[in-house]
Each structure stands twice: as C-alpha cells, then as structure tokens.
Ligand binder design. Structure first.
Ligand code: 0WV
Length: 400
C-alpha cells in the first residue's frame, strides 16, 4: 500500500501532542493514543488473542516510549460476546496471552488499557444461539433493522430485554473483567459505552423502551452506565477507569443526530462523572468519538455530521479527554483540539497502517494508506506487515 498523498503531513512536534500528561497513575510522554480497534483475529473457539500475531501487532504500536494504547474491545464474559474472532479476558487461556502482550507494551515503556466490551443486540445471534446464550439488549425485540430481526428469528433466538438481576450480573462481569485486566498487568480499563453496544442501547431511547428504573427518562437510561462506573471504581480505583462515549454515533442503529434530545444524555452522564470527580473520584479519562465519524463503518470522510461538535464536553468534564475521529488527515483540526488542556488524540485507522505513527506525526512524515478490506480479516496481511517509514522508503514507497 503506498503513502496517502491526499493530505499534506504537518509536523506536530512543537504542539502539546508531545508534552507529557498524567493519565490516571501513568504519565504519557506523547498524547497520541491507539484507540480501540477491533481486528477480528482472535482464535475460535476460545476467543483467545491470536498467539501468532497479536503480540507483534501491539509491540509494533507501543515502541515509542510513553504512548497510551487502548486495546481492541475485549469481552469480560462469554455472554458479553457474540463475535467468534474477537478476544475475551474471562478465561485463564485468554489471560495468559494478554499478560504476554501487556508485559511487552510495558517493556516498551508504554501503557495499556483494555476496552471492556459487551455487545448486546450488536452480537451475532447465530453465534449466541449456537452457544446457548441469550440475545440481550435493553428491551425485548426492539430490533436494529428488519434484517437483524429476520436473522435472529432464523437462528431461533428472541432479543431479550435483560432483567434487573441480569443487569447486576453484567456489572459483576465488568468487575471481573477489570480485575482480570489488572491481574494481567494493565494500567487500567476503558468502559465501552459507545458505538451501539449494550450500555449505549440503554442510554439511547431508540433502543431502550423500558418502564422500570433503567428506562423512561435520561436519568434512568444512564443508570446502568453509572452503576458500571461506580462498581469498577470500587473494584480497581477511579484512576484505573476510563469511559468511551459517542454522542453522535449511528453505528448499531443508534439515534446519533436524528434525535436532538439524545445529546442531553451525554451531558447528563458527563455531569454525573464530574460530580463524582468533585467528590474525589475522578476517572482517568473520558474518551469521545467525534461527529466527523458518525459511524466507524463509514469510509474516510463519509458520514461526517457537521451539525454539532463535542466541544461542550469541556464545559462539563474537567478531567482528561481523549478525542478520536479522522484526525490523521486533518492535522489542522488536531492542532485546534490540542489548544484545550488535558487533551489526548486517538488515531485509529492510520495507527493500523502506521506502526510508527507517533514518529510520523512528530516529524510530519507521509502516512501509509490502510487496506480496509483487511481491517477485520483473519490473515496476518494487513495486520503486522505494515512498514515503518524507513522500511517503506527502502521498499521504494514514495518514489514517483
Ligand atoms: C463499528 C465498528 C467497526 C466497531 C467495531 C468494534 C468496536 C469495539 C467498536 O467500538 C466499533
């Protein structure tokens, strides 16, 4: 894959992107973050991180000392999952592989935060039915799409609005996942409350039709997410807990910008997180998906929502903010974001194709294009074979 020639690289070495920042118990030496990037290369059965390639993949992207990596989504339990080739962190077999990976990242003097991911109605109903697991969400049979309904019914599985006891069991799963992550050496964890997965399904009125204390109002729809936050803070400490939110997300058929009342949910959650912070329990970070990427499935530049921003986050949350969304080819926006204090920048797709992205952003070097069809495919091609800049030049990339 050649270099991206559409956007002119800009050296960011003189910006705050290369100033240290305290994040929980860590101090990053640059503010570039590898955000959660699902790659679908875990072994099935077992949801075990790929023993042949995944250590290399994270080693390559943590070489620059002091870099923060958030892992791809990991399931804290079997019922949290429903994708055969995504990894978990609930069995000994999975934890053995993660410990090797986390040790390697620390050997490179970088930091690692697994993302705890519960799919809900985003799961593959066929996998769940095969494994005798429920197809869970906030409400019974509030289907993402007609096709999803047909797919589930063909698999003979109904979509189940989880009970209050089942909510409490999921909270225990998150706690166990967090404890396992710390046991494997992680610096903390990120709660995935974005992109249409279970916690987002509770937050969003389009999927949450409950009439109990977990539905029917902004406060009630935020309750599950905040209970997970509190349980994890109790279990591993606030400085080891971060959370990802995507106010404009449409992935998983969430409201995104369709419903103007949806943003109030995020202002409410942020406000409750800030009140907890002011009471002495400040989370390590809040990670925000920018409206420039309203759906991660969209191709670069497609699907941008230009009718709003996430700047309001700073009016409410006074802690560390990670902002992710199509920044690699918009250095001018990155520089604008960096004017806000306590801000780190997540670079997703171009960190896939540039293992040495931090160096390239510092120096303003051209970026390897990425091979999108291989984002979520099994082979090692398009995973650990992207060259560093020096390797690419030796291979003749960039020559006219
Ligand atoms: C929409 C996509 C591709 C996606 C995949 C996995 C995760 C954890 C996510 O947040 C988003």
């Amino acid at each position: 894959m050649p270099f991206n020639t559409e956007s002119k690289p800009v050296a960011l070495k003189d910006t705050d992107l290369f100033k240290p920042l305290k994040v929980g118990n860590t101090t990053v030496l640059n503010r570039v973050v590898l955000p959660p990037l699902t790659r679908m290369r875990a072994h099935y059965p077992g949801n075990v991180p790929n023993r042949d390639w995944t250590l290399e993949y994270y080693d390559q992207r943590s070489k620059r000392p002091g870099t923060m990596l958030i892992t791809e989504g990991v399931f804290p339990s079997a019922k949290a999952g429903g994708y055969d080739n995504a990894p978990g962190i609930w069995t000994e077999e999975q934890m053995v592989e993660w410990k090797k990976i986390f040790d390697k990242i620390h050997e490179n003097e970088s930091f690692v935060w697994p993302q705890l991911w519960v799919l809900g109605r985003e799961a593959d109903p066929l996998s769940l039915a095969r494994d005798g697991l429920r197809y869970d969400s906030a409400s019974d049979n509030v289907w993402r799409t007609k096709e999803a309904e047909e797919e589930a019914k063909k698999a003979g599985i109904e979509q189940h609005g989880i009970t209050k006891d089942e909510i409490k069991q999921y909270i225990k799963d998150y706690v166990q996942g967090a404890r396992n992550s710390i046991k494997c050496g992680a610096d903390g964890i990120e709660i995935h409350a974005a992109n249409g997965y279970l916690l987002n399904q509770f937050l969003d009125p389009v999927s949450n039709k409950r009439t109990d204390e977990y539905g029917g109002s902004i406060k009630n729809r935020a309750c599950f997410t905040l209970e997970v936050v509190d349980a994890l803070v109790d279990a591993i400490g606030e400085d080891k807990v971060g959370i990802r939110l995507a106010p404009y997300n449409t992935n998983g058929d969430m409201s995104g910008s369709w419903d103007p009342t949806v943003f109030a949910h995020y202002a409410y959650v942020l406000g409750k997180l800030e009140k907890r912070a002011q009471a002495g329990k400040r989370l390590a970070f809040v990670h925000i998906f920018e409206p420039r990427v309203s759906n991660p499935w969209d191709n670069e530049g497609d699907g941008a929502y230009n009718g709003g921003t996430t700047d309001y986050v700073y009016s409410i949350w006074k802690g560390v903010v990670i902002r992710t969304g199509n920044l690699a080819i918009h250095p001018e926006i990155a520089k604008e974001f960096l004017k806000q204090p306590n801000t780190l920048l997540g670079y997703g797709r171009y960190f896939i194709s540039n293992p040495d992205l931090v160096d390239r952003l510092e120096k303003g070097l051209p970026l390897n294009l990425y091979d999108r069809p291989r984002f979520y495919a099994m082979p090692d091609k398009g995973y650990i074979d992207y060259p560093t800049y020096d390797e690419a030049i030796k291979m003749g990339w960039g020559e006219k």
